[in-house]
Design a protein around this ligand. Structure first.
Ligand SMILES: [Zn+2]
Length: 214
């Protein structure tokens, strides 16, 4: 192992970065600036907990649900499978059946989204999403983590459907990772590290998500 095999699948965070259509733009401003005589550079960041690569906590949908700081750390560290989805509309159970998905798996979906969505400076729709049926399928398999390569795991057109997909995963003990960039990543087995920030009772936490081939 000479050069680092780690692949960064998280998004860079920057001033003006977009999140979901209802999230504020990221605001980064200097609060200490050597150009103005300060001894150090220091920034202040204002952003949604759901902007950029992040993990949703049950509390996002259930007011009494676990916060991001209460989720087990081993959910976010360990083997993961990158599955490439051919369907350019949505992820459906039929396409998943051949993958022998098992209890405890961490599944990262690489869809057509990764090839183009992050080249855009505005929110994009339609994007490839997880259907209610596929969410039910994955919860039934008792996976522990699901990741997707855009802003939300569910579809945009039907917001109720999107809520059902989230609730189904979170109720089923499946952590949700959103806004992965899997451009250039080959499907297969990887080691994943993507530990969310420890916001007390947070509804989500940003993560630096990295993988390397197993
Ligand atoms: Zn989220």
């Amino acid at each position: 192992m000479s050069k680092s095999e780690w692949i960064d699948i998280s998004l860079p965070i920057y001033h003006g970065m977009i999140g979901g259509p209802r999230d504020p733009l990221v605001e980064m401003k200097l609060i200490r600036d050597p150009a103005k005589g300060d001894p150090v550079t220091m920034s202040q960041v204002t952003m949604s907990c759901h902007t950029g690569t992040h993990i949703d906590a049950p509390r996002h949908f259930f007011p009494d649900g676990a916060g991001i700081d209460e989720l087990p750390l081993d959910t976010f560290i360990g083997p993961a499978q990158v599955i490439e989805i051919k369907d350019t509309v949505s992820i459906k159970p039929a396409e998943l059946e051949k993958y022998n998905i098992k209890a405890g798996d961490r599944i990262l979906f690489k869809t057509n989204n990764s090839s183009w969505v992050y080249d855009k400076e505005t929110f994009q729709t339609p994007y490839v999403y997880i259907t209610k049926e596929a969410a039910t399928y994955l919860v039934g398999k008792k996976i522990r983590l699901v990741g997707i390569d855009y802003i939300t795991v569910g579809g945009f057109e039907d917001r109720e459907d999107n809520r059902i997909v989230h609730k189904n995963f979170l109720n089923g003990g499946v952590a949700i990772m959103e806004e992965l960039n899997l451009k250039g990543v080959k499907p297969g087995r990887y080691e994943l590290i993507a530990v969310p920030l420890r916001f007390r009772k947070g509804d989500a936490g940003h993560a630096r998500a990295i993988i390397r081939p197993l």
